[in-house]
Design a protein around this ligand. Structure first.
Ligand SMILES: NC(=O)c1ccc[n+]([C@@H]2O[C@H](COP(=O)([O-])OP(=O)(O)OC[C@H]3O[C@@H](n4cnc5c(N)ncnc54)[C@H](OP(=O)(O)O)[C@@H]3O)[C@@H](O)[C@H]2O)c1
Length: 308
């Protein structure tokens, strides 16, 4: 497993994280199996959110971890708060952050989170309240590191004005299908394509400049959960290129798609969502190789982009 010493955060964190959004579909025993497989491959970083399965993901993980024999101290448990689909609102108020985190700890059966992320921007957020919540959770030893998800540079600056702890991570959507994180600079000022539209105020460059590690979510999905683009009939050119490069390195198309994310010099972590141990092992092959500069472009172009 390739690792990264996260700036202001955990050392030797794996470049591939296991995302637990889909874990509620598993029995406790199968959940233990995928956690053990991940750990055996060097993936000791697990991503959660209070909203995954409405708390069921954290609960399943908390029930399954003791079956694996893995020492809690040897893994990085990350969760996210603030998304309340049931209430049809996003909430970053002081009390909600604290209450959500305490509920996460109870479901995960742990005394602390290694990482807490604010999931999606609460349009009514007050940075002073976030700072109070982070101070309390940090001083009580309930959270080691903090970060955000789907958050713009301006919102991070606003947080940083009040929050004492470093913002360590920003979790953002990024894959060969969903390339909006890198498209705008490529097509700068180009009226022939919507890809020139800056949709995030340059969040990738901002994160790199500010030592914020990007975690790429849904690295294999078409759009939002429309299925995997690997072997999908609508992506013939991309699959041909994944196959060609996979053949060269002796890894699968899926592994090449992950290697494409890991090749970016921002040194992102990729959050794999598979609950299939064989798929996860395949994905880990991405860490065995490094695709070339030119291959990275070949894949980007095969995914439907062009050189302006
Ligand atoms: N911050 C946010 O807003 C946000 C949003 C969404 C997700 N996330 C995080 O990102 C994680 C990953 O999201 P995701 O599950 O959408 O990611 P993904 O890894 O892109 O997709 C995984 C899905 O693709 C399927 N799949 C089909 N063929 C596959 C293959 N050959 N290899 C691997 N998977 C294959 C998997 O099924 P099998 O299980 O059968 O392999 C699984 O259903 C989540 O668990 C969550 O932690 C964060």
């Amino acid at each position: 497993m390739k690792t990264i010493d996260v700036a202001n955060g955990p050392k030797s964190a794996p470049r591939i994280i296991l995302g637990c959004m889909r874990i509620p579909a598993l029995s406790t025993e199968d959940a233990a199996r995928i956690i053990s497989t991940a750990y055996g491959m060097g993936i000791n970083h697990f991503d959660h959110a209070t909203c995954y399965g409405d708390g069921e993901a954290e609960k399943r993980f908390g029930d399954a971890l003791p079956l694996t024999g893995i020492n809690r101290e040897h893994i990085i448990i990350q969760s996210k708060c603030g998304l309340h689909f049931d209430r049809r609102e996003f909430d970053w108020s002081r009390d909600d952050i604290i209450k959500s985190t305490e509920q996460s700890l109870s479901r995960l059966k742990t005394d602390y989170l290694d990482v807490l992320l604010l999931h999606r921007p609460d349009l009514l957020f007050d940075p002073e309240e976030v700072a109070e919540a982070f101070d309390k959770l940090h001083s009580e030893g309930k959270v080691k590191y903090f970060g955000v998800s789907n958050v713009t540079p301006g919102q991070i600056e606003l947080l940083k004005k009040y929050v004492k702890q470093p913002i360590v991570f920003n979790q953002l959507q990024f894959s060969l299908d969903q390339t909006q994180l890198i498209d705008a600079p490529m097509y700068l000022n180009n009226l022939t394509t919507d890809r020139s539209i800056d949709r995030d105020n340059g969040v990738l460059d901002y994160c790199r400049l500010n030592d914020i590690t990007v975690q790429a979510w849904s690295p294999l999905q078409i759009g939002m959960f429309k299925g995997c683009f690997v072997d999908h009939p609508d992506y013939p050119e991309l699959n041909q290129m994944l196959d060609k490069i996979g053949h060269k390195y002796g890894i699968s198309k899926t592994a090449v798609a992950i290697a494409w994310i890991l090749r970016h010099p921002a040194k992102m972590q990729a959050i794999a969502g598979t609950m299939n141990p064989d798929h996860l092992k395949e994905i880990c092959d991405a860490c065995r190789i490094e695709i070339s500069h030119q291959e990275w472009y070949e894949l980007y172009l095969a995914s439907g982009k062009f050189l302006p």
